[in-house]
Design a protein around this ligand. Structure first.
Ligand code: NDP
Length: 285
């Protein structure tokens, strides 16, 4: 294997330690701990696991909070009312609506109801607009985690050719905005992109956010490229894997994230960081 492994587990631990220190200072200064509230509707087992992970991580860094567990057929008006109550509660700094919401619930209007200052997922249109305008705002956790991994890996971004495969609101689009803000030359690919292998071969920085197991083959990678694999899939044996064929890509890339142990741990760590930043921003208003 040629590539250096970008160890998301240890970098995430470092971020969590930084947040824990920040929380301690915040508690001393403000006489309260930052509060994170999560809304979980329905009984999707994957979402339940993610939410438990977030709850535990928040407790470990000294935050307080609550998970609001609601049935899949919750009245959308009740959900919006709950969000508004949390917006008005001074002890709540961060509100996260666990996605995807069960079918039938109007996800966008529920996300729009979250106070942008408490929108620790960074999905409110005001925070989306801030990112694309290069203004301060709350940045979505997964792409922000990828940027931190790139920085920790020492990736040279200014003028680099960056390819983001995937254009979702949660990952691909904000990722490309962040890379653009960091002065990379950014291309966004998606399911209608022609000749994806050649696009990949041109990329100094390759971000895969597709959701297709091992779709990006080793011979699509430019020698020496930095590869960040956001994908979380199951392979034919039921084993967790990314969107990139890790074994093949690691022979060619300069640096690469594994799955698991790459982007995944960063998402929760950056959620904690966003919550602390939201708390500090609210206290200093
Ligand atoms: P979405 O399904 O919302 O988006 C997938 C994107 O991939 C779309 O833009 C789609 O294009 C594109 N795509 C699909 N097939 C192809 C193809 N054959 N060639 C090129 N592009 C293609 O997924 P998400 O962005 O939410 O998530 C992507 C992956 O990242 C998933 O595996 C998810 O589990 C994982 N993930 C991991 C996180 C973590 O913390 N590690 C957090 C969030 C997501 P089009 O728009 O044209 O349909």
């Amino acid at each position: 294997m040629k590539a250096r492994i970008i160890d998301g587990t240890s970098i995430a631990l470092q971020v969590r330690r930084e947040v824990a220190r920040g929380v301690e200072e915040f508690c001393q200064k403000c006489g309260r701990s930052p509060g994170l509230h999560v809304i979980l509707a329905g009984d999707d087992p994957g979402s339940a696991v993610y939410v438990r992970g977030k709850e535990k991580a928040a407790e470990e860094v000294g935050m307080h909070g609550k998970v609001h567990r609601l049935p899949a057929d919750v009245d959308p008006e009740y959900l919006v009312k709950l969000v508004r109550e949390l917006n008005a509660d001074p002890a709540v700094d961060g509100i996260l609506v666990q996605l995807p919401l069960p079918g039938g619930l109007p996800s966008q209007s529920i996300l729009d109801a979250v106070d942008p200052l408490k929108d620790v997922d960074g999905f409110h249109p005001i925070n989306v607009g801030a990112l694309w305008s290069g203004l301060p705002g709350i940045v979505p956790c997964t792409p922000n985690g990828c940027m931190r991994l790139l920085r920790e890996a020492g990736a040279h971004l200014v003028g680099a050719r960056a390819l983001v495969v995937g254009r979702s609101h949660m990952v691909g689009k904000p990722m490309s905005g962040l890379l653009l803000n960091a002065h990379a030359t950014v291309t966004i690919a998606h399911s209608k992109t022609e000749n994806l292998p050649d696009r990949c071969r041109d990329a100094d920085i390759l971000i895969a956010a597709i959701g297709r197991a091992k779709m990006i083959a080793g011979d699509w990678i430019k020698p020496g490229a930095t590869v960040i694999d956001v994908g979380m899939n199951r392979d034919e044996h039921g084993k967790l894997c990314g969107d990139v064929d890790f074994a093949g890509a690691a022979e060619v890339a300069g640096a690469i994230t594994p799955v698991p142990g790459g982007v995944g741990p960063m998402t929760i760590a950056l959620l904690l960081e966003n919550t602390l930043k939201a708390a500090i921003a609210r206290e200093s208003r």
